[in-house]
Every structure is written in C-alpha cells, then in structure tokens.
Design a binder for this molecule. Structure first.
Ligand code: GDP
Ligand code: MG
Length: 177
C-alpha cells in the first residue's frame, strides 16, 4: 500500500489551449491549488503545474501546461504539444468568437499532437449564465461530431473543474492500462 505523495506510477502531460481570457489559467489554478483570482494577469513564466491524484489505486501525476500568453494564431509552438497525452480545449460561454475559433484550435492540436491524444471541450464561465452566447446544445453537437468529451465549467464557482480533469485523466489511464 504505497504512499501517493512518494511513489508516482504515471506522469500524464495535459495541455490547455483556447483563446485568450477564456479562463485557462484560472481553471488550472482551481485544479492545482484550489484557488481563483478575478483579476488574473496574463500568464507569464510558469509553464506547468502539477497535482498528484490516485486513479484505481495508482498514483498519477498530472502535469498541466498553460499557454504563456501565446494564444495568437500559430504562436503556440510544437514543443508545447510534445508528449501531451491529453488536451483541454477551452472557450468562454459568454463570448461566441471563442467558440467559433475552436475548430482552428482543434486543427492545430491535430497537426502537432499525438493522434491518440484525449481531448475534452470545455465551455467555461457558467456562473455568467445571463450572458450566455453559446448554447450548450451547439457545443455538445460539435463535440459529438468531433469525438471529444464535453463539459461546461466555472473556475470561479469550482463547478465541474475536477470532473473535467478526472474525465481526461481517467480516459488516458484506461488507454495505457
Ligand atoms: P486565460 O487567458 O485563458 O488564461 O484566462 P484567465 O484564466 O486569465 O481568465 C481571464 C479572466 O476571466 C480573468 O479575469 C478571470 O478571473 C476570469 N475568469 C476565469 N474563469 C472564470 C469563471 O469561471 N467565471 C468568471 N466569471 N470569470 C472567470
Ligand atoms: Mg492564461
């Protein structure tokens, strides 16, 4: 019976992508440290954060990479995608263009990442439901067509953030086992 803080059975690299200001850094902050900041500055410096969790009695270290303000078209380099086994494709449910850009991000991802990468589409900021610009059904339909997992989250209210990471990590775990 191993101590999860000592022994690591797996390290899974997961990348966060999507337009600027959709909440990628806050989703990561919520997952890695259970923190949220309403006036978060554009990400600089830190490349990834980790959290170790137990899946089916194995210790899994999730290494989550965050774009350091490289969200401009094609600015995310192939090094960012290298070795990634999971991806979280994030848009903001209150900003239609961030959803309309998802196919472009998906193309980028498929061009650079491993073809078996596990992908989840995430509609963030559900706490701003009165400003919703992307119907849940539109995203669900797109995800289904493209073979992606899909969840709506709120990093602010900590809704579905844990579930989103667990969905990706458990699927990766099942693929390698
Ligand atoms: P990034 O550029 O994709 O990394 O976006 P950030 O994580 O920096 O978030 C951009 C802005 O949206 C910040 O002001 C965050 O506080 C805010 N934000 C992030 N997630 C949420 C959320 O779930 N709900 C609300 N209301 N605001 C959020
Ligand atoms: Mg950021």
């Amino acid at each position: 019976y191993g101590d999860a803080s000592q022994k690591v059975d797996y390290v899974f690299k997961v990348v966060l992508i999507g337009d600027s200001a959709v909440g990628k850094s806050q989703i990561l902050s919520r997952f890695a440290r259970n923190e949220f900041s309403l006036d978060s500055k554009a990400t600089i410096g830190v490349e990834f954060q980790t959290r170790t969790l137990v899946i089916q009695h194995k210790s899994v270290k999730a290494q989550i990479w965050d774009t350091a303000g490289q969200e401009r078209y094609r600015a995310v380099t192939s090094a960012y995608y290298r070795g990634a086994v999971g991806a979280m494709l994030v848009y903001d449910i209150t900003k239609r263009p961030t959803f309309d850009h998802i196919p472009r991000w998906l193309d980028e991802l498929r061009a650079h990442a491993d073809k078996n990468i596990v992908i989840i589409l995430i509609g963030n900021k559900t706490d701003l439901g009165d400003q919703r610009a992307v119907p849940t059904e539109d995203a669900k339909e797109f995800a289904q067509k493209e073979g992606l997992f899909f969840l709506e989250t709120s990093a602010l209210e900590a809704t579905n953030v844990e579930e989103a990471f667990l969905t990706v990590l458990t699927e990766i775990f099942n693929i390698v086992n």
